[in-house]
Design a protein around this ligand. Structure first.
Ligand code: ADP
Length: 253
């Protein structure tokens, strides 16, 4: 018997299959304009990749902002709960999850069983999220995945604007003034680091700390955060799948 967790986020839809012990398959695709269409397409892609029969699936649990649009799921669970369960599954020692996705960022504190002790979420403003980095990477004519390697080793340029719209103008002015892409990329990651630090400071941090969400695929930001918080920060190849993993685990019970 298997369970499936589907996390339809604002930018990316993620899904995994759990067999009670291991994650046996994972798939990701852009959410695009329709959470429903991408959710269905992702589900079919996942079943095909894992080569399992639909009749062997015990439960499908949906999470993420697009979960309400999924017609084929058995249960809907909030992202916060799913991230907690997902982190606990990957490492039972995790007590703090820092998640930065496409449109929001959150800090979640967990107990020894992976239950939520406290959390704080920023979903009001794009500053400090993946969307902020995508807009800025575009202004620099880079892909968001290049910001880390380009910024590494550079002296970070001070980016004063927190607002995404003003920060984009600031980046364009900085480039016009001769600032290097390297220093601007480093400055943008420092800006996300500061914003995240202020969110983490309000909830508090306890070891172990796990960094999840698509933005956790940025190693330089991870280093900045680790230095600023004074703690080691873990992540894994499953970091962007944490919500989907938690949903699948909840579905298996
Ligand atoms: P959501 O659940 O809101 O759709 P995700 O957690 O899937 O968000 O993360 C999506 C975000 O991840 C995108 O906005 C993008 O900026 C960011 N992202 C994806 N790949 C990378 C990368 N290699 N480096 C930095 N950020 C990345």
């Amino acid at each position: 018997m298997y369970s499936i967790g589907i996390d339809v986020g604002s930018v990316a839809a993620k899904a995994v299959i759990f067999d009670g012990r291991n994650i046996i398959a994972k798939e990701i695709m852009p959410t695009g304009w329709s959470p429903k269409e991408s959710g269905i397409a992702l589900y079919e892609k996942l079943i095909e990749a894992a080569n399992i029969n639909k009749s062997d699936i015990g439960a499908i649990v949906g999470t993420g902002y697009g979960r309400i649009a999924l017609p084929f799921i058995d249960r809907k669970v909030t992202e916060i709960t799913c991230h907690g369960k997902g982190a606990h599954y990957l490492d039972a020692g995790v007590r703090t999850v820092i998640d930065i996705g496409g449109q929001d960022s959150k800090v979640i504190r967990l107990d020894a069983e992976g239950n939520i002790v406290d959390f704080l979420m920023n979903d009001k403003c794009a500053a400090g999220t993946g969307r902020f980095l995508q807009v800025m990477a575009h202004a620099l004519e880079l892909d968001v995945s290049q910001l880390s390697e380009i910024g590494r080793g550079a002296e970070p340029q001070n980016i004063n604007s927190m607002c995404t719209v003003f920060a984009e103008s600031e980046v364009i002015s900085l480039m016009a003034g001769g600032a290097s892409k390297e220093s601007i990329a480093a400055g943008l990651l420092q800006s996300v680091c500061k914003k995240t630090y202020s969110l983490v400071s309000k909830v508090g941090v306890e070891n172990k700390v796990f960094f999840s969400g698509g933005v956790s695929k940025n190693p330089l930001l991870k280093e900045y955060l680790s230095e600023k918080l004074g703690v080691e920060i873990l992540s894994s190849e499953f970091s962007q799948f944490l919500g989907a993993i938690g949903a699948a685990i909840i579905g298996y019970k």
